[in-house]
Design a protein around this ligand. Structure first.
Ligand SMILES: [Fe+2]
Ligand SMILES: [Zn+2]
Length: 355
């Protein structure tokens, strides 16, 4: 567990990738002078033309930095409050059972664990699942993960939690509505076994170059979209090596996901692929692949997102600032960086790539 060996974030967490929703921009903030110099023009071109509006943006950015500074400690507090006071509606959902998982998913996992496992074999198997699309050129794979009953019960559980008076954290800087699964107490008994026992064999074959066989931590959350909450999700990349995004329903129209190239491809050279996301189905993609969600036009949508991280990959290059990470120890889970493996990073990566 990342926790026992110390949790680390990169210093860029407190300065970089701050999202300004109104102008759909990601910015960096160290002080007012730097911010104004770097972004005033771009903000003006997006409609932020008065001193008042610029001051408002600055206020929002500073608040976000403040939120990030407090985040780890506040999250720990919420987690202990929830553990003490929250009465689950479906307590049986908190421990991962094989009965939650779709037959096709289990079949794919078993194949990956078998002596004749191969990437081609796995792709053939995925291809044979009816109604499933995958996009080899973009390395996006869709497969059923959970059975419909689990999705229904799980959303009920989350709605039950939403109705409680307990404090809730935001899933990430771009989604305003949802639940952090670590705070709800689902990490150790649900997400970690899902990652280690079931997702690892799949991801080892699909993404060996992204630390697929040595993913050692994650951040898991559920995001919620509805007409009175968030409708869509702008283009972005994740703070992960590999992401799993599972649709939990409920009923909604439109809202396809879209995927582009990896983030280093210039914006004018990107082509987009749309993917319809059906209940119970998971989409696996590389975290650094540009993606987003189109607006839903009716209904309500819940998605379970797992950002899977490999310390052996990110210790060399922080995916959020593109530099060698400058580690800061945090009170909470951190962002998947480690100290020990950083020192032997090159060696660790080679070992993983062989799998
Ligand atoms: Fe994402
Ligand atoms: Zn960084």
């Amino acid at each position: 567990m990342a926790h026992s060996r110390g949790s680390y974030s990169c210093a860029c967490f407190y300065t970089d990738n701050i999202y300004i929703e109104e102008y759909q921009m990601h910015v960096r903030y160290t002080d007012e002078q730097q911010f104004t110099q770097e972004y005033q023009k771009a903000l003006q071109s997006r409609g932020c033309r008065t001193a008042e509006k610029l001051a408002q943006v600055l206020e929002t950015v500073k608040k976000e930095v403040e939120r990030r500074i407090q985040l780890a400690e506040e999250s720990q507090q919420r987690k202990s409050e929830i553990a003490l006071h929250y009465k689950p509606l479906h307590p049986e959902l908190y421990v991962l059972q094989e009965s939650f998982l779709a037959a096709e998913f289990l079949e794919a996992v078993h194949f990956c664990q078998s002596p004749h496992a191969s990437l081609d074999g796995l792709l053939n198997l995925l291809d044979s699942i009816p109604g499933i699309g995958f996009f080899i050129d973009k390395r996006i794979y869709q497969l059923p993960v959970f059975v419909p009953q689990f999705c229904k019960d799980f959303v009920e559980e989350l709605e039950h939690f939403e109705r409680s008076a307990l404090a809730k954290g935001r899933p990430n800087t771009m989604n305003n509505y949802g639940v952090l699964l670590n705070e709800l107490g689902l990490d150790d008994s649900f997400i970690t076994p899902l990652r280690e026992k079931y997702l690892r064999p799949l991801v080892s074959l699909l993404y060996p170059d992204w630390g697929g066989s040595c993913l050692d931590s994650h951040k898991a959350f559920v995001v919620q979209y509805s007409l009175d909450k968030d409708l869509d999700l702008s283009c972005h990349y994740d703070n992960s090596e590999v992401t799993l995004n599972v649709s939990l329903g409920k009923e909604f129209t439109d809202g396809n996901l879209y995927f582009s190239e990896m983030r280093e491809v210039p914006a004018n050279e990107r082509r987009y692929t749309e993917v319809e996301h059906l209940m119970g189905q998971g989409i696996l993609h590389r975290g650094q692949q540009i993606h987003g969600a189109l607006p839903i036009t009716s209904g309500e949508r819940w998605n379970l997102i797992i950002w899977k991280r490999a310390s052996s990959v990110r210790n060399k290059l922080c995916p959020m600032c593109d530099k060698e990470p400058q580690l800061i120890e945090t009170a909470g889970q951190g962002d998947g960086f480690t100290v020990r493996e950083k020192e032997i990073g090159a060696q660790t990566l080679d070992v993983c790539a062989v799998f």
